[in-house]
Design a binder for this molecule. Structure first.
Ligand code: ADP
Ligand code: MG
Length: 382
């Protein structure tokens, strides 16, 4: 990302220079709809993110400028000072969450810009929150540890942006490490780094650029199905609290006691937990053929058992198979967004070309293409 764009704007607006911070967006290789079932996720920070220049200004006001939206905002740091622009509420929310935890913040000037596509499922919002949480923590010597910074970002979304998110996005943005994914248990925040060095492969996201209108809370229904199945299993196996504690044999025992739909959803959830663990083992061995096969299996499960795919995403998945892509699946909760693809380098150009042509011919809109590299998390640049 171009530091000079941020630097120049900051100088132009405030006539001085501040400190520069960067926090990335993220991908999730495998582990979808696992967090609420007591399983893990496997995100990694990417080489796209948010760059922010910040300098305390000696007043009690924050003056902020968004380069990408060409918009400015000025606000105080008390609860009643919330700005109206939604982008500014992320910065305000981070300040408020830090103050609630005892930080002594004062007014500052800031300019920021990012290259995480907004709303494509790469978590531009977490990149934004994490940059400010990380940067302000340093500039005001707040002493928050990384897990607290993660929670500050998450609570910003809950309390100031109306998004009831988990912790994966903020965790990946803060804890990201080049050449590694993070095997993360979202309920306990226990984590470990898993090596990710796909020599000879590229990782690329293909954005289906379509969002499907969600009717009757499909996510809540999926969750309910999983809870129903777990409750039925718990009657025979009291140690099972969530499907993450169960296996397919236990599910078979209650097949006739739960609905066909609950059975399908639970099959996916149990298999997905197992796939994530198997993928971590394969990554430790550098066995990307197995990783890829698991990634395809997740797509199939999300499409046929969990039923959260779309015709556009299924089509992108088919094209990937035809082009010899090693692994491809829907990334995120479903019903739109990107596929994540692990592509042999020698097949990359042909895959992108074919995906572009075929998708555009079928749906009349070109998919967007975002190549990514797994990179470091939040940091100070200057
Ligand atoms: P995502 O899945 O990318 O996180 P969200 O809807 O959660 O999508 O967050 C997008 C919001 O974050 C935008 O509406 C905007 O308020 C803020 N945002 C993200 N990136 C930028 C940016 N580069 N400049 C200004 N605001 C941004
Ligand atoms: Mg977001």
């Amino acid at each position: 990302m171009e530091q000079s764009i941020v630097r120049n704007k900051f100088k132009e607006l405030y006539g001085t220079e501040g400190a520069l911070f960067f926090s990335p967006g993220r991908v999730n290789l495998i582990g979808e709809h696992t967090d609420y079932n007591g399983g893990c996720v496997l995100p990694g920070a990417i080489d796209k993110g948010m760059l922010a220049e910040i300098k305390p200004n000696g007043t009690d006001k924050v003056r902020a400028f968004s380069i990408d939206l060409n918009d400015s905002a000025e606000f105080g740091l008390n609860e009643e000072d919330a700005p109206s622009a939604s982008w500014a509420r992320y910065i305000f929310g981070v300040c408020r969450e830090m103050i609630k935890r005892g930080a002594k913040l004062e007014g500052f000037d800031t300019v920021f810009s990012g290259d995480v596509p907004l709303g494509a499922g790469l978590s531009s919002s977490a990149a934004l929150e994490s940059t400010y949480a990380f940067g302000l923590n340093e500039l005001y010597n707040c002493g928050f540890d990384k897990k607290e910074l993660v929670l500050i970002g998450q609570k910003t979304e809950h309390n100031y942006c109306g998004v009831n998110c988990g912790i994966m996005d903020q965790f990946a943005s803060i804890f990201g490490k080049e050449g590694h994914l993070i095997r993360l248990d979202c309920s306990t925040m226990n984590y470990e780094y898993v090596p990710f060095n796909p020599q000879g492969y590229k990782v690329v996201l293909i954005d289906s650029v379509t969002k499907h209108e969600l009717v009757d809370s499909p996510y809540n229904k999926r969750r309910q199905s999983c809870e129903n199945a777990a409750a039925a299993i718990a009657k025979n196996h009291p140690e099972v609290k969530l499907l993450g504690d169960a296996d397919l044999k236990m599910l078979e025992e209650v097949k006739d006691l739960i609905s066909a739909e609950d059975y399908m959803r639970a099959t996916y959830a149990i298999e997905e937990n197992a796939r994530l663990e198997n993928t971590c083992d394969a990554l430790a061995k550098g066995d990307y053929a197995t990783v890829g096969a698991n990634v395809y299996a997740t797509h199939k499960g999300m499409s046929e058992l969990y039923e959260v795919s779309t015709i556009e995403l299924d089509y992108l998945n088919e094209i990937a198979k035809e082009c010899g892509v090693t692994g491809s699946r829907i990334m995120g909760g479903g019903f739109g967004g990107c596929t994540i693809n692990i592509v042999p380098e020698d097949k990359y150009d042909q895959f992108i070309k074919t995906a572009n042509e075929k998708f555009t011919a079928k749906f009349g809109v070109s998919p967007k293409v975002y190549p990514v590299k797994i990179s470091d998390g939040a940091r100070r640049l200057a």
